[in-house]
Design a protein around this ligand. Structure first.
Ligand code: SP5
Ligand code: ZN
Length: 342
């Protein structure tokens, strides 16, 4: 399987993250992509290729230009206002407040961020753009005939919506890829999100559309981030009614709960008969993940890949979360090996 990867992910590197009320070393860090790339090499998965550059046009097919403009200029505004350390919001916009973009950097951070755990650093914009290029290059490779491609994106993307960011995500790589597949001529696309956290950004981007099925297995939003989206009764609206499938699972869920949910997601996607499948590949479902509470063992990841392969659809794997740094690479690559029947 082809892997698309860029070293530019390294340009996004936060100093700290607020975890359980304390500033700690960030779990979403450059070493994540390094360990996944190492596992790709060790497993001899196949060629590793640099992405092509696509510019902002395919990004603007999914994201509001105000968010894109903000992400491009946030660091310089922040440095001018405060200094050269990570830009984080002190407040966020809440229910019923005026949804008008403020002028100052602190106001803009509050306007576009959903939470304070996703710092903007000197190279965040360049890294986020490069992750979108990694995803878009994967779509191009599938168009050229590949059966499966791994887009080793970092930073991740599935919590970023049309006009907000958060959850370690700035641009929604999977949604940008899905939209680009449609723009290149696909009629129907499916996004299968197996990250531990609900892909609120992806869901919201496609919620009113019937050309993209979004199916997600994730921690129950009553218990875990992102809390305010991901309930089972969110089934899509308007044209999109019936095209969104949420399969929330309780903390402590293992393969016995996960496997039937995965089969239900795959059955829904099969019914959609997509021309392309995008997998938001998070492996933070792992039993030793430091911020998550599912109980999947390492031996389950090849089974996830094998089940996905049963759809027999050209498939783009887009890297999302996974924070157990020692096992992250192996778990991610094991999904791909399971897909390949290795
Ligand atoms: C892409 C992705 O996986 N984003 C995840 C964002 C999660 N942000 C919330 C982190 C909350 C950490 N809670 C720690 C609990 C540890 N016991
Ligand atoms: Zn996650």
């Amino acid at each position: 399987m082809l892997t698309v990867y860029s070293d530019r992910h390294r340009l996004h590197s936060a100093a700290a993250d607020l975890i359980n009320g304390r500033m700690e070393p960030p779990v979403e860090k450059p070493a994540r992509a390094d360990t996944i790339l190492n596992a790709v090499h060790s497993a001899q998965l196949g060629e590793v290729r640099e992405p092509a550059t696509f510019g902002v046009a395919p990004i603007l097919r999914v994201h509001d230009e105000r968010l894109v403009h903000f992400l491009e200029h946030a660091w310089s505004m922040w440095v001018e206002a405060h200094g050269p350390w990570d830009a984080v919001p002190r407040t966020c916009c809440a229910r019923g407040m005026q949804a008008r973009e403020p002028e100052t950097i602190d106001g803009k951070l509050a306007f576009f961020a959903t939470e304070p755990g996703t710092p903007i650093t000197a190279g965040t914009w360049d890294a986020a753009r490069s992750a979108a290029d990694v995803a878009l290059s994967g779509v191009a490779a599938l168009d050229a005939g590949a059966r499966g491609v791994f887009s080793l994106c970092r930073p991740p993307g599935h919590h970023a919506a049309r006009d907000y960011y958060g959850g370690y995500c700035f641009l929604n790589n999977a949604a940008i890829a899905a939209q680009n597949a449609l723009d290149r001529g696909a009629s129907r696309v499916a996004v299968l999100d197996v990250d531990y956290h609900h892909g609120n950004g992806t869901q919201s981007i496609f919620y009113e559309r019937s050309d993209v099925v979004f199916a997600s297995i994730h921690a129950d939003p009553r218990q875990d981030y992102p809390f305010f989206l991901g309930y089972a009764d969110e089934t899509g609206s308007g044209e999109g009614e019936g095209y969104n499938l949420n399969l929330p699972l309780r903390w402590g869920s293992g393969w016995d709960q996960y496997e039937p949910a995965l089969n239900a997601a795959i059955a829904r996607i099969r019914r959609h008969a997509p021309d392309m499948l995008i997998v938001s590949l998070g492996v933070d479902t792992f039993e030793r993940d430091p911020i998550s509470r599912f109980k999947l063992g390492a031996e389950q990841y090849p089974k996830i890949g094998h089940a996905i392969a049963s759809l027999r659809v050209p498939t783009l794997f887009v890297m999302e979360g996974g924070y157990a740094i020692d096992e992250l690479g192996m778990n991610a690559v094991n999904v791909l090996r399971g897909f390949e029947g290795m």
